[in-house]
Design a protein around this ligand. Sequence first.
Ligand code: PHE
Length: 448
Amino acid sequence: MSARGEFSSRLGFILAASGSAVGLGNIWGFPTQAASNGGGAFLLVYLFLTFLLAYPVFVAETVIGRYAKANVVDSLKKVAADRGVEPVATVVGITGMTTAVFILGFYSVVAGWMVANLFGELAEIVGQDALSAWFTTSSIPRDVGFSVGFLVITLLIIRGGVSKGIERWSTRLMPVLLTILIGLVVYVLTLDGASDGLRAYLTPDLDKALKPELMVSAMGQSFFSLSIGVGSMLIYGSYVSKSDNMPRLGLAVTLIDVGIAILAGLLILPAIYVALASGIEVFDASGKLVEGPGMIFSVLPALFDTIGPAGIWVGAAFFALMSIAALTSSISMLEVPVPYLMEVHGRSRGQAAFMIALVALAISVTIVLTPGWVFNAVVTGATEYSQPLLSLCLCLFVGWIWHRHKLLSELMQGYPEIETSLFWRWWPTYVRFICPLGILVVFLNGLR
Ligand code: PHE
């Protein structure tokens, strides 16, 4: 094993990378977007964009990391050296790391709400109703306290290192996540009204799905969900052994990510309609579905309250699911700049992780203390601008800057027969032309 740490097995990488990919984006973002954007049609557009644009970029990003086995900046520089454009690599690398820390900043606020609500359900189980009300009502002490708590747990895992921190916890938590999710889907599908939700989810409304705004949100959703652009996957790729087949690993992670998003849709959409059937307001005054926090923190808890004594347990399971999903993602955000501070600035892992966590904390606290538009600006800036543009840059690095024979020989490690594969027939052209153009078109369309 190299000194900078490596995943101990292929499965370790698959679970860590899908832990990163599967997060609030899958369980909250995807189902609620699908619910308000034409159900099955959104699902189709999403699947199409994920396999056509996001998966090729995912492989591009992980393969850069595996090639250089270094931090984000040095990895990009190694590729950039092929055409003498190292300064560009530094700018892209630093922007990526900064974006990852901003994402961690807002993500821990939202994750903190999830953990607080989990505590709220647990307090109710032991009959502490006043305490439960405190946990489930937003306040500055609660929101700051839980974001800090969440960041501390993220920090503790990252301090453990690659195999004893990231891999160990992803391998423990991902099976729990899947079990809770399947359990909840099965339970919710037995409730009255669930089949209307299934219908709304699975019936495509093509008029809605083909709108440009929808393509933009589907693309944003799919890039965010696969964690690409900001360096998380580059760094996880840098911990993959040279004997692993990168396109195949990428496909496994993409399938798990998409699979969990689809499963989460089978939970959230039926739950919304069950709530509707039991008289809970799920549409606002203008007839639109309640979105965002309102859905997760008022509609769903109201639903849990109506299903009798089991409701508290269902609620606890739901918020545990959200908290776990968030944690395996947040560790991949905090990890992004850590090897950079270690390898370039000579910090220890513990120091590096602590410094980054402090910056993320400052962002979280600012978000909690300022009006909602700051939160929205951070989310939009990081996920709708920075992330797609960084992904575009990664495509340019792999498609245009990296010498083709070096790229091929990197991919051949772990996949010796790649030259005759279907993957090699289409992927280079994809990363060179189709992905950058696709990202650009969808991005510019969104700006209009
Ligand atoms: N993929 C994560 C989610 O779906 C979010 C994420 C974005 C994680 C960027 C790491 C980097 O919630």
